[in-house]
Design a protein around this ligand. Structure first.
Ligand SMILES: Cc1ncc(COP(=O)(O)O)c(C=O)c1O
Length: 394
């Protein structure tokens, strides 16, 4: 039989990347067990009714044909207009490309900046698909570690040391999944300086920009000399509880870059369904209040989770200032976070993600997704704290 390309067989490099706990939890659910799944960044509440209604109205109105490849004009205009408030930059609608979620925007940014053999620097802890996406475009991910002691802010000198003649891009994700940390202005300025000095692209993943609780969001694209070298990855998955809609976009550095990126969409998705785009437009046209309401929900849950987890003196809770996750440092108990997560699931029916899934910097940690109603989350975090207190290394 003809062989599949090494291009496709090398995207995922084996191992379960910590997903084993989630799969086990789903299995237990299928067996009728009452499991609290806090292992994935998916909301426990549905998309708001007006957004759903905008989609069904478009479907009922017969919007079943092709949408434009790069997105319908009114949606791109709306995204361009709101970019100054969200990212602090001027955006031309021609620079916006609607994509299947932030993931497709990330793929497009990597594809646009890296030839085969090129390197991109990713910063730990990182969103699980980064290295795979870089491999999918034929590139190599160069990983830079951070430390819990520095609150997972990258050291600029460590990033500088990772740059080689093959480096084409740095991927930055602030607010960060899984740490819930936002990079300081100083960190972002350091990254921007490296990009300017070494003529690198910056791929800025800002999908959690609406969920900042302590500080205002800073987009690195707004820093001097960065607009024209930054691709912004954005999405409504987290901000508007629309994960399944695959509603995202890429803001390109220039109209010329966007003109080329459009070729990728011509040869792949060929545009996003118009009824999805009309729902996206309705959601964004409603202004900031709906996303603010979702952010406030997660802020309250963050406080509930931090309090309940802090009841155990054995756990160190990394209090997040953004996003929808809480990291717990369990190194005082064990280095084997995957083993601990499995034992936790077995004993308490609570599923969380081992920190090792996001790089070695978060080994010895667990990521708790805040994706359950307040009382359920409080109960689950109480079980985690109790389990930690009782834990005896096998
Ligand atoms: C940091 C980060 N970037 C990108 C994505 C992908 O988002 P989407 O669902 O819009 O593809 C996620 C999803 O969890 C994420 O956490």
């Amino acid at each position: 039989m003809a062989a599949l390309s090494s291009q496709i067989t090398s995207i995922v490099d084996g191992g379960d990347d910590g997903w084993g706990v989630l799969y086990k939890a789903r299995e237990m659910e299928a067996q009728g067990k009452d499991v609290i799944v806090l292992a994935i960044g998916d909301h426990d509440f549905p998309t708001a009714k007006p957004i759903v209604n905008a989609c069904t109205s478009a479907l009922n109105a017969g919007r079943h044909g092709y949408g434009s490849i790069t997105g319908i004009a009114p949606l791109r205009e709306l995204i361009a207009t709101r970019a100054s408030a969200v990212h602090g930059i001027d955006v031309n609608p021609d620079e916006v490309i609607i994509s299947m979620g932030g993931q497709a925007a990330l793929f497009a940014a990597c594809y646009s900046t890296m030839d085969a053999g090129a390197e991109a620097i990713i910063i730990e802890p990182y969103y699980a698909t980064y290295a795979q996406t870089i491999r999918a475009v034929g590139g190599k991910a160069v990983i830079v570690e951070t430390s819990a002691d520095d609150n997972f802010q990258p050291e600029i000198e460590a990033l500088r040391a990772a740059i080689t003649p093959q480096t084409r891009a740095i991927i930055a994700n602030s607010p960060n999944n899984p740490s819930g940390v936002t990079y300081t202005r100083e960190t972002l300025e350091g990254i921007a300086t490296l990009c300017r000095e070494h003529d690198l692209w910056l791929i800025s993943d800002e999908v959690y920009h609406s969920q900042t609780y302590e500080t205002d969001h800073i987009s690195p694209a707004s820093l001097p000399g960065m607009r024209e070298r930054t691709f912004i990855v954005d999405s409504m998955s987290k901000s508007h509880a629309m994960t399944g809609w695959r509603a995202g976009w890429l803001i390109c550095p220039t109209p010329e870059a966007a003109f080329r990126v459009a070729d990728l969409f011509l040869t792949s998705a060929y545009g996003i369904a118009p009824f999805i785009q009309l729902a996206m437009r309705a959601a964004l046209a409603a202004g900031k209040e709906p996303e603010h309401e979702i952010a406030q929900r997660y802020r309250l849950r963050r406080d509930i989770a931090v309090k309940a987890l802090s009841a155990s003196a054995k756990l160190r809770v990394v209090r997040p200032d953004a996003a929808m996750y809480v990291l717990i440092d369990i190194r005082g108990l064990t280095d084997d976070c995957a083993g601990f997560a499995e034992a936790l699931l077995e004993a308490t029916n609570v599923a969380v993600m081992p920190g090792s899934s996001f790089g070695v910097s978060t080994a010895g940690h667990l990521r708790v997704s805040l994706t359950a109603p307040n009382d359920v989350l409080k109960d689950a975090c109480g079980r985690i704290a109790h389990f930690a207190d009782e834990w005896n290394q096998p």
